[in-house]
Design a protein around this ligand. Structure first.
Ligand SMILES: O=c1[nH]cnc2c1ncn2[C@H]1C[C@H](O)[C@@H](CO)O1
Ligand SMILES: [Zn+2]
Length: 343
């Protein structure tokens, strides 16, 4: 069994991490302070509000936890700080490349425009790149439960914001009631702009169809994709196309996508050659970090250093960066994993 110290040494790529679900306790308190809000709670109480309880029964209950922090994320300064905070935590996990995602439409309750919200998050990511050994890019989420007409307003941002950190689009939120097909036209508009796409899909019972619909609509990566577990035809397609699955063990159990370890398809999909990756999804809501997620996988499956190296190369291949950037990361990871193997 791999030791936690060995896992800590491994360089990592994290493709699936939500800004609003991943704020540290210190950051939450700082954000409240900045807007003159007295949370009037002990640290334990804050965490109780921000984290999912064990009794959570569904994806929709899991998503309710975001209501607590969103009122704190309504200013440029706070969004900048939040992005910096998430990247800092990832750097502590030895993440060298990450993509942080958020839904700009959720941050307009005060005076921010969509554009300013995105610029703030980019600024925080850029500041973290200065301070830590990490590259941080940003994905914009459209929330499924929001009318498509409103989601369309996100599209011009990809032209208006001329910044290399803005690299892709995602659909998040209520997958139970809003199937992927509903967004076909929207996604055509996204992909026709040359924007890269990863979509949350197959995260709840009965949602498997969304996985294949996502691939047909141009997604090269799938958020979670758990429900492919019972469908060999889908697995074959994902393998053939090299689609990356962004899996998040803690979150996948908390949303009740999975109830027993024996149902969790990570290892079976890995053995089939599907490009699985390990992510936190939401560090705070899920009460985790990438170290803990790697430890779970190491313990459950006796995953070895070479296995972790392989899935990190999968993640690099799926990252929304240039071929040159991928090559540099591949080289760096190969070298660093070789050193760890040697001990
Ligand atoms: O695991 C998830 N599935 C679907 N939607 C999610 C998940 N985690 C976070 N979200 C939603 C809630 C957040 O407010 C939003 C943007 O980060 O994305
Ligand atoms: Zn997610």
């Amino acid at each position: 069994m791999l030791k936690p110290e060995t896992i800590a040494l491994m360089p990592k790529v994290e493709l699936h991490c939500h800004l609003d679900g991943s704020l540290s306790l210190t950051c939450i308190k700082q954000l409240a302070n900045n807007i003159g809000k007295d949370l009037n709670m002990s640290d334990e109480e804050i965490l109780k509000h921000a984290q999912v309880p064990e009794t959570t029964q569904s994806l929709l209950e899991y998503l309710e936890r975001f209501d607590f922090v969103l009122p704190l994320l309504q200013s440029y300064v706070n969004l900048e700080l939040a992005a910096y905070d998430v990247a800092r935590q990832a750097a502590e996990d030895n993440v060298k490349y990450m993509e942080i995602r958020f839904a700009p439409g959720q941050h307009l309750e005060k005076n921010l425009s969509l554009e300013e919200a995105v610029e703030a998050v980019i600024a925080g990511a850029a500041r973290a790149e200065e301070d830590f050994d990490i590259v941080v890019n940003i994905l914009l989420c459209g929330l499924r439960q929001v009318p498509v007409e409103r989601l369309k307003k996100l599209l011009p941002l990809f032209d208006e914001i001329d910044d290399e950190h803005l690299v892709g689009f995602d659909l998040a939120g209520d997958e139970v009631n809003y199937p992927q097909v509903k967004f076909k036209k929207l996604l055509e508009k996204v992909t026709s702009r040359g924007v890269q796409v990863t979509l949350h899909a197959g995260e709840c019972p009965g949602c498997a169809q969304n996985i294949i619909d996502s691939v047909e609509m141009g997604a090269t990566r799938i958020g979670h994709g758990i429900m492919t577990k019972d469908i060999p035809e889908y697995q074959e397609i994902l393998t053939k196309l090299g689609i990356v699955l962004e899996m998040a063990p803690s979150s996948n159990f908390q949303t009740k996508a999975i109830r027993e370890l024996s149902e969790y398809p990570f290892m079976a999909l890995y053995k089939r050659g599907i490009h699985v990756t390990i992510n936190t999804d939401n560090r705070t809501v899920s009460n985790t970090n990438l170290q803990k997620e790697y430890e779970k996988i190491a313990n459950w499956y006796d995953f070895q250093i070479s296995d972790f190296e392989r899935i990190n190369h999968y993640a690099i291949d799926g990252a929304f960066i240039s071929e040159d950037e991928k090559e540099l990361l591949h080289q760096r990871f190969s070298e660093e994993y070789a050193k760890i193997e040697k001990g």
